[in-house]
Write a protein that binds this ligand. Structure first.
Ligand code: XIL
Length: 365
């Protein structure tokens, strides 16, 4: 008779080709029933999650899960231009104020997401017509918003997703109103403005699709590294790299490529954060037990490759429970099964992914 553990690992191999031996650290992590531990490890890597406002306001189980597991939070929305700036004149702080209030009442901090991004821009920003107008708007926004939360939001995604999905050249920057009006110089300007607005804040540049095997992802990694090197060489204030970590269940991690990328970031004195981890599972097999293990093994490969140089500085998932996730907006499964991208299931029970995450949180920093 096969043990439960062997049964899981055998069907995993059959359905996906991924071979994990039961006695390996990963095999044990994935298949032992153990309970999740929660956030008590104060000296390990701080874990956090992106929060959504409706359940934060209305659902006690959701709040309890956050308090049990997280040492920091980030708003899924709230600090995006779309939410903050319904018109050129108005700044609306209701959502981030609620998030920060909940975080600080429960002994957590809030990360700031995000100041300069092509996405979630309100329509009125399309009328920004010249380089000088763009500079005025971007600089004013960063000063106002970071100024308001100075000393309270200690880590900011100043730059989000600067590299195109398939850069033809290493010097390609993703189009945005800022790129179109000011060119690449908007990135250094944003970081310098941020450093003045809150000299103690950690300034982060965030990107996705850095970690997979394949030429497109190698090109994206190289273009991101080109930009990072350029900023560091010119002494632009940049303190950390954020890997969003929206892993794709069907894509293997380029462990060597990722480790080399991280080592180079570290050698430039940068900290490394995982800012939006989840596993997009629309292309994984249906049975939840197999799917959860495959997702967790991707997370293992990803985190293990990153920490080769040194432990992570923070790890956040993009949501905490499968109940509230952005994944089905873009990657809904076609077989009627719900997506399961996050560390807790939709009833807030820890999945194998949570055990894998907690394993890496134990790294001493
Ligand atoms: C997503 C949110 O989760 C959704 O609720 C929203 O509708 C769109 O944005 N990369 C990012 C995040 O940096 O801001 C995105 O968040 C997910 C991808």
């Amino acid at each position: 008779m096969l043990s439960r553990r062997e049964t899981i690992l055998t069907s995993l191999k059959a359905m996906t080709g991924v071979a994990v031996t039961a006695s390996s650290p990963l095999g044990t992590l994935l298949t032992s029933p153990g309970r999740a531990q929660g956030r008590e490890q104060a000296d390990g890597v701080p874990y956090g999650a992106a929060v959504r406002d409706a359940p934060l306001a209305g659902e006690p189980d959701y709040r309890a899960a956050l308090v049990r597991h997280c040492r920091q939070l980030v708003g899924e929305g709230g600090l995006k231009w779309y939410d903050l700036r319904p018109s050129r004149e108005r700044f609306v702080y209701d959502l981030p104020d609620k998030q920060i209030d909940f975080a600080s009442r429960n002994g957590m901090t809030l990360r700031g997401h995000t100041l300069v991004w092509y996405g979630a821009m309100p329509d009125w920003t399309k009328s920004i017509a010249s380089a000088s107008e763009a500079e005025r708007e971007m600089v004013g926004h960063i000063e106002t918003v970071m100024g308001r939360y100075r000393g309270r939001i200690k880590s900011w995604d100043v730059i989000n997703e600067p590299i195109p999905d398939d850069p033809a050249n290493r010097s390609d920057i993703r189009p945005s109103i800022w790129q179109q009006r000011m060119g690449e110089s908007h990135i250094a300007l944003a970081l310098r403005t941020a450093a003045r607005a809150d000299p103690h804040a950690q300034l982060v540049m965030n990107e996705y699709d850095i970690e997979f095997v394949g030429p497109r992802f190698r090109r994206k990694r190289e273009a991101f590294l080109r930009l990072i090197r350029d900023l560091k060489m010119r002494n632009v204030p940049l303190h950390a790299i954020g890997l969003q970590g929206h892993l794709r269940g069907e894509l293997p991690i380029d462990r060597e490529g990722l480790s080399a990328f991280i080592a180079e970031c570290r050698s430039m004195g940068l900290k490394v954060l995982v800012t939006e981890l989840d596993v997009v599972d629309d292309k994984l097999p249906g049975p939840p037990e197999v799917r959860d293990i495959l997702a967790a093994s991707r997370v293992y490969d990803f985190l293990d490759a990153i920490r080769v140089s040194s432990p992570l500085d923070a790890l956040l998932t993009w949501g905490i429970s499968d109940r509230y996730t952005w994944v089905p907006l873009y990657f809904k499964r076609t077989d009627g099964h719900l997506n399961r991208p996050l560390p807790l299931d939709s009833d807030y029970r820890p999945k194998p992914m949570m055990r894998v995450i907690e394993h890496f949180l134990r790294d001493r920093r």
